[in-house]
Design a protein around this ligand. Structure first.
Ligand SMILES: *Cc1c(COP(=O)(O)O)cnc(C)c1O
Length: 429
């Protein structure tokens, strides 16, 4: 495989764009090497500037559940384009999308469209604080909710601690308003509520974690969160930016039958264009301006192109059989990976919920961020590059989710398993 133009572009881009990328994980720092510059995608495949063809399991980090350049999405976009790209005024399609989302996710009575998941979580928290008139929030170590200041915090040592800034520029006093608990740990949650119960405005959680690699909720964990937030009258926020429309039409809350107060959506919602949303109980959402006093706004919010792409995607996935097919494809791939691990006696574990999964090397099980961090990152980097050499494009970091889409064919998945077998043979020789 020849990679020449990507290297040239990377060197040139670094002069003008920090790290040559517009979002850090794209720079491949966790695996080394130079990121590929992509020219186009079709179905489950992407093509780089040197003309190489890869089977893509990043799917733009989640949105592309239908694959790249899906005809249905393109048709909507072409029609929308000719009518103008933005008006800064309400459109009929925004109502159509809002109605569709409320039908698919019944806990959402009202919602607002924004441009990114970061905006959605940031504003959901502002609303929760206004609603409860409390200031502290609880998040879980390893869950990612975008890069707003209050959510860019890390845990201290211990199962439940005051948050510390996870980036220079985040003010310590603000980080301390965020309490950080260990994921899947009932006692940690109990502990923060015991110490700060009356100050806690909200608990925000990825109901299935996708950002420390895939980690499913332990049995009873989500219902524990529901009970404890209800009892202490704090707001339960499900960050379903990845899981929304991926695990079921109604997301993880449908799969695990838990009703949050607020939900954040993104990624699939925009069908590959910048779109996200937060929504939930009408009583809380009515606090939002102009209905209520909590301010939030956006020049391009509810952008017609993004709304049309999202609506086309949601219509497509609402067809019967979508989630059965996704499950079948993803299970086939995970089973294939597991057989290869066993065949070559490679220690590792595969966490999978529906069409999202992570292969952790060097560990037997991963239930929280501490266990995730114990995985073998060097082997992961070799795995990533070995697969890339075999034309498989995986997330370029060990703590990310591999995404299976409706566009992956059986042949794509078989080739991926064969590539893993071939790499493993070399790795263990
Ligand atoms: C991607 C992601 C976000 C942030 O969304 P952006 O659109 O990248 O700002 C928030 N929460 C979760 C769970 C995500 O996976």
């Amino acid at each position: 495989m020849k990679i020449i133009k990507s290297k040239q572009l990377y060197m040139a881009a670094r002069e003008r764009i920090p790290g040559a990328v517009n979002s850090p994980v794209r720079a491949w720092r966790a695996v080394g090497g130079v990121p590929l510059f992509i020219t186009r995608g079709k179905g489950a495949h992407i093509f780089d500037v040197d003309g190489n063809d890869f089977i893509d399991f990043v799917g733009s980090w989640g949105p592309l559940i239908l694959g790249h350049a899906h005809p249905c999405v393109l048709r909507e976009l072409q029609d929308a384009l000719l009518k103008g790209t933005t008006f800064g005024a309400p459109t009929e399609q925004e109502l159509a999308l809002a109605t569709k989302v409320c039908r698919l996710v019944p806990s959402i009575e009202k919602l607002r469209l924004v441009n990114s998941g970061t905006e959605a979580t940031m504003t959901a928290i502002r609303l929760a604080r206004a609603f409860t008139q409390r200031s502290k929030i609880v998040k879980f170590d390893g869950c990612y909710h975008g890069h707003s200041d209050g959510l860019l915090v890390k845990a201290g040592s211990g199962i439940a601690t005051l948050g510390l800034p996870d980036s220079p520029g985040v003010v310590a006093a603000l980080a301390a308003e965020t309490l950080v608990a260990r994921y899947n740990d009932h006692d940690a949650v109990q502990e923060v509520f015991h110490s700060y119960g009356d100050d806690i405005a909200a608990v925000i959680v990825e109901p299935v974690c996708g950002n420390m690699g895939v980690i499913p909720p332990a049995p009873g964990f989500l219902s524990h969160l529901r009970k404890i937030t209800r009892r202490s009258r704090s707001v339960l926020i499900f960050d379903e930016v990845i899981t929304g429309f991926r695990l079921a039409p109604g997301g993880a809350q449908e799969l695990y039958r838990i009703t949050p107060d607020l939900t954040c959506l993104g990624k699939i919602l925009g069908g590959g264009l910048p779109l996200a949303a937060f929504g939930g109980r009408g009583e809380i959402m009515n606090l939002l301006a102009p209905e209520g006093p909590v301010y939030q706004a956006g020049t391009l919010s509810g952008n017609p192109l993004a709304v049309r792409a999202g609506l086309a995607t949601l219509k497509w996935i609402s067809r019967r059989g979508t989630y059965r097919v996704l499950e079948k494809k993803a299970k086939y791939l995970a089973d294939g990976f597991a057989q290869v691990l066993a065949k070559y006696r490679i220690t590792g574990t595969i966490n999978r919920v529906g069409s999202m999964m992570t292969l952790f090397f060097g560990v037997d099980r991963v239930r929280n961020s501490e266990e995730a961090r114990q995985c073998d990152r060097e082997r992961f980097a070799r795995f990533f590059h070995g697969m890339l050499q075999r034309a498989i494009y995986l997330p370029p970091a060990p703590f990310e989710a591999l995404m299976v889409s409706l566009a992956h064919t059986e042949a794509d998945l078989r080739k991926t398993i064969e590539a893993f077998d071939s790499w493993s043979a070399g790795e263990t020789r």
